[in-house]
Design a protein around this ligand. Structure first.
Ligand code: ADP
Ligand code: MG
Length: 457
């Protein structure tokens, strides 16, 4: 087996151990450059990723490699340029025999395109149009995407898809990219997460390679930008993106954008960019209804080689909340449990496994959430809902708003009203701020996670 196969399987495990955001930002375009008894060398795109992997994920990667039977002594990270990559692929890395032997036993999905290919495009081939289950909530988005696969750049340009987490945005837009790549030889499709776009841009500034950066993105036929909300507040990158957008749009190149909120609600984003986002078609992707959830469960289990009976399917569909990622998680938990014990999935196993999800209160109210925040941070309700702007009060207030959004999906005006704020943009900023902080500030992350536990305790 080639090292890319090994590395894909390592990445597969990493994907399960870290948040999706972290995975996309730090791991997505990494590759294994060399691997022998002395060291494993992981190729990364830039210095930021290198530092982050060294500092935070060294142990995790090392452990997973060990688990896969790669008894290497050291782990190294190395920045690669497009040139070195090609060289490396022309000259395939040879793994030690013992390692090779061990790896033979591992079954890893083979992929149709070469790894180099998918590296350049940022596409993950597991996301296909065929495996996307169409139902209420996503039909419109699917129809628009289908139309784009037939006539890119013509009708819906840009296509702007928005909706909550785990609703299938990434799956769908990646599927369009994969479809176009597979059916149009020579087409240049680029998929990029906004976090990555920002990082690459910063890196290009540092290395004075902004022209290359710009040329790279402006030379594609289809540009797919995921999670564009992360562009908020970053003026320079907004400007860069604006020019890229214009260049591609003028040339009738297809642009597809995803976001967790509609263009008008992304805070601190330039008006001209906002207006560009609405030039084509904006579609709201909504939570799947019961039937669609059942269809997704069935489809995922068949892919897994398991035929679940209807009772079981309905039980899981009833238990998993509104988010498809969670639903998939519940299903995978069930499969893993049953596979380890070599038993068939049954209703009672599912019931015992998914108990925690089931015990979530159905009538969680805004007041309950605000109370929990007030108690946890030991701030009186009067202060939390009052005019004071001290940091000790502002942060918990923002967290309360964040939780009202993430747990109850309240609208921004409603959130502002619950917290007795006059202006609903305060809620937008707060939710956005906490979303960002969670990723960089351990205190906030911890606070939010403890609060979530208490809310559902
Ligand atoms: P988002 O980008 O909106 O946060 P993702 O596209 O990452 O969500 O979806 C989360 C998970 O749910 C993925 O594994 C995806 O394959 C799966 N998923 C979402 N929607 C569907 C669907 N309609 N059919 C099949 N799988 C889906
Ligand atoms: Mg996504």
């Amino acid at each position: 087996m080639q090292p890319e196969g090994l590395w894909k399987s390592v990445l597969g495990e990493i994907e399960l151990s870290v948040s999706r955001g972290s995975y996309l930002t730090w791991f997505k375009n990494t590759e294994l450059l060399r691997c022998d008894r002395d060291s494993a060398v992981v190729g990364v795109q830039n210095i930021f990723i290198k530092q982050q992997l060294e500092k935070k994920f060294n142990d995790l990667i090392y452990q997973i490699l060990q688990k896969k039977g790669i008894k290497t002594k050291e782990l190294e990270f190395k920045i690669i340029t497009p040139k070195t990559q090609r060289l490396i692929y022309d000259d395939p890395v040879v793994l030690e025999e013992s390692v090779q032997e061990h790896l033979k036993n591992e079954t890893i999905n083979s992929t149709r395109n070469s790894f180099t290919h998918s590296y350049r495009q940022g596409l993950n081939e597991k996301y296909t149009m065929d495996s996307f289950v169409v139902g209420s909530g996503n039909e419109l988005a699917f129809a628009a995407c289908q139309s784009i696969t037939q006539n890119p750049g013509i009708k819906y340009n840009p296509l702007f898809l928005y909706g909550g987490v785990g609703i299938g945005k990434t799956h769908l837009i990646q599927a369009v990219g994969n479809y176009l790549t597979q059916n149009n030889p020579g087409i240049k499709v680029l998929y990029i997460s906004t976090e990555q776009f920002v990082q690459e841009f910063v890196e290009s500034l540092r290395t004075r390679k902004t022209t290359e950066f710009a040329d790279y993105y402006r030379s594609c036929d289809v540009l797919i930008v995921d999670d564009v909300q992360f562009i908020a507040g970053k003026e320079k990158i907004q400007e860069e993106f604006f020019h890229t957008f214009n260049a591609l749009h003028q040339a009738n190149k297809q642009i597809i954008i995803s976001s967790d909120k509609p263009p008008g609600e992304i805070p601190t984003i330039e008006e001209r960019l906002k207006s560009r986002f609405t030039w084509g078609m904006s579609i709201d992707m909504q939570e799947p209804d019961f039937e669609t959830r059942c269809a997704i469960i069935k489809s995922k289990s068949i892919n897994h080689g398991v035929d679940l009976n209807q009772d079981l399917v309905e039980f899981i569909a009833n238990n998993s909340t509104t988010n498809i990622r969670e639903l998939e998680g519940a299903l995978n938990q069930l499969f893993a449990f049953c596979e380890m014990r070599a038993v068939e999935p049954t209703l009672s196993i599912a019931m015992s496994l998914l108990k925690t999800a089931k015990s979530r209160p159905k009538h969680l109210s805004a007041k309950q959430i605000i109370d929990k925040v007030s108690k946890y941070y030991q701030i009186s309700l009067e202060d939390l809902l009052g005019p004071k702007r001290d940091r000790e009060i502002v942060v918990p207030r923002q967290i309360a708003m964040y939780l009202l959004r993430s747990e109850l999906h309240l609208s921004f005006p409603k959130i502002s009203a619950e917290l007795k704020r006059k202006d609903h943009t305060t809620a937008i900023h707060s939710v956005d701020k906490i979303e960002k902080e969670i990723r960089i500030n351990p205190d906030i992350k911890n606070g939010v996670s403890v609060l979530k536990d208490r809310i559902y305790a």
